[in-house]
Design a protein around this ligand. Structure first.
Ligand SMILES: [Zn+2]
Length: 291
């Protein structure tokens, strides 16, 4: 029953650890309804909901909230209303684990840190949850083998799903990186902590001109170098984690035949679809700069 699945998810990602402004938990659905199929996605877009409906999913679990700000209509004349209507009409429940999934252990950032093989992991900073307690936000760890910034970015690209925008790096390609800070999703409010923790490189997403330029100025052109690896890409690795943890909590294997079937959405909710005019020459650490 949905009641049991919601209880398991609340246990894995306690709502009290979510940021006070956040909206997490069950958005649509009847707790007394059975759950046989669960779809996982980063964003509850209409295309993802259509996929859930077509697959006859009973529950859609997403990272980002569908309804974060006040709405006054669920009519199909607006996209949010159309999404709610489609969920309700087709009997698809929606559950959101957002900032409570960011701070979880394993959570969005720790899964990214694990994928990069970071050891000696610790928190990048702390966030106060709505329960007033501090929670770890972002991760810092050490690469098994120090590498050039260019080689590190290439490794990161191999770990993450590919996107049209690729990975943007601010720093010298041949600079050596060993200590890595990561924050899945938008992390341009953690530059100070990335500098304070001694990171050589900070991997996050949604980086804008002024904050990046100012952070680079503050660090005098040295570390931490900055990497914008894409919001959807840096958070999508978490989906396999929540899927496996939920099945374990429900006492089932992710491999069929399981009583509850699940899968990760095939819809890529990365909004950027193509890039033109980029300098596509990837700097190689092997080639010394011209003198
Ligand atoms: Zn996000």
């Amino acid at each position: 029953m949905l009641r049991d699945v919601v209880a398991a998810l609340d246990d894995l990602y306690p709502p009290g650890s979510a940021a006070p402004w956040d909206r997490v938990g069950l958005v649509a659905g009847d707790l007394a309804r059975p759950v046989r199929r669960i779809l996982f996605a980063v964003d509850p877009t209409l295309a993802v909901i259509d996929e859930a409906v077509a697959w006859e999913a009973d529950l859609l679990v997403t990272h980002h909230p569908l309804l974060l700000h006040g709405i006054h209509s669920v009519a199909t004349t607006n996209a949010k209303g159309a999404a709610v209507t489609r969920l309700v009409e087709n009997g698809v429940a929606l559950f959101v684990a957002h900032t409570n999934a960011d701070v979880a252990q394993p959570g969005v950032s720790s899964v990214l840190a694990d994928a990069l093989g970071l050891t000696e992991q610790r928190a990048l900073s702390t966030l106060e949850g709505r329960d007033g307690r501090p929670y770890a936000a972002g991760r810092v760890g050490v690469l098994a083998v120090p590498s050039s910034l260019a080689a590190f970015a290439t490794t990161l690209a191999a770990v993450l799903p590919g996107t049209a925008g690729g990975i943007r790096v601010s720093g010298e390609p041949e600079a050596t990186v060993r200590v890595v800070a990561v924050m899945g999703g938008a992390g341009d409010d953690r530059f100070e902590q990335a500098r304070a923790c001694g990171a050589d490189v900070y991997v996050t997403a949604d980086l804008r001109h002024h904050p990046v330029l100012e952070a680079r100025e503050e660090s005098g052109g040295g570390p931490p170098y900055l990497v914008d690896a894409g919001h959807w890409a840096t958070e999508s690795l978490w989906l396999e984690s929540v899927r496996a943890r939920l099945h374990a909590a429900l006492g089932e294997s992710t491999a069929p035949p399981a009583r509850v079937a699940s899968r990760i959405s095939v819809v890529r909710t990365e909004p950027w679809t193509f890039v033109v005019g980029a300098n596509t020459a990837t700097p190689s650490p092997e080639v010394p700069p011209e003198s």
